[in-house]
Design a binder for this molecule. Sequence first.
Ligand code: GDP
Length: 360
Amino acid sequence: ALTIGIAGLPNVGKSTLFNALTRAQVLAANYPFATIEPNVGVVPLPDPRLNKLAEIFGSERILPATVSFVDIAGIVRGASEGEGLGNKFLANIREADAICQVTRAFADPDVVHVDGKVSPKDDIETINTELILADLQTLEKAVPRMEKEVKIKKGDAALLAAAQRAQSILESGRTLFSAADAEKLDLSELASLQLMTAKPFIYVFNTDDAGLADEAFQAELRAHVAPADAIFLDAKFESELVELEPEEAAEMLAENGQEEAGLDQLARVGFHTLGLQTYLTAGPKESRAWTIRQGWTAPQAAGVIHTDFERGFIKAEVIGFDDLVEAGSVAAARAAGKARVEGKDYVMQDGDVVEFRFNV
Ligand code: GDP
């Protein structure tokens, strides 16, 4: 499964956030497929559509899609030089499919900041600098080798050109993910080099009540990290929220003027950042969301349920979620002409309610 690595300076609230994530996982642990590893938090992706489907089909249980977060050892200045847990950190972060950077944006005189002051922008710069330096080291080794190979016509000239452009972006102090659009750099071309700053980034600002209420402060930081997504949450509050019954938690959120728990936002944004989407199946046993990549075809999607489904795929009966809810039942949706029969070239859409037909 794809994972998101949680990274950040020491003492910014990573463990607090991660503990909240793993607690959310324990609560949702009626998952038949959840293996619990100490440094991985598998959290459910909130999806109100599943409740609606469970109502329509009288499902016994609901199985949402999940998002996996990996706790990565704290980064310190000098990590790219092997300081502290540097090498371990870099190895862990290379394995993650996206990077969630946690920065401190709460004022609390009792909690020491490693750099002596609370400044999310400086935290981001410190972390990004380490990642940029590590990527530059990778390229400084790879580029000369690639140049030689291209010279004797054995190398990939397009890859070399992309690597050289990446090098100049990194030298200008920018991450590849943040500069790719503006520089028209196709990050997928660089995939073989496993560069860390080419991964999608999410920024979590661990803030307090004042920060959660301050729209100007949020807008400024959002603009600062764009095109990456930014999430503002209070990790301490989130860790208390997961201890509550759902109704109580909803009340607490409402009192705080929040529409959605920070963890739910994080799961949603993380899922999207990884380029994932869901389709839905429903019946009397369960209503369930299945994770696929954006752009996958019907047989590929069927393969997520079982590899036999992909091999023996015949067709899929697809009803859009809204159409199904409007009709009130599969039979009514069929009668209204809202059930489509799709073949092997059909590209799945988020929220498709599907029944596959296949040969075994
Ligand atoms: P880590 O080193 O990044 O994993 O940070 P921790 O999660 O261990 O948090 C460091 C300290 O900050 C602990 O004493 C936490 O209780 C505290 N802390 C974490 N999040 C918050 C927060 O949102 N508000 C406040 N006031 N304290 C927090």
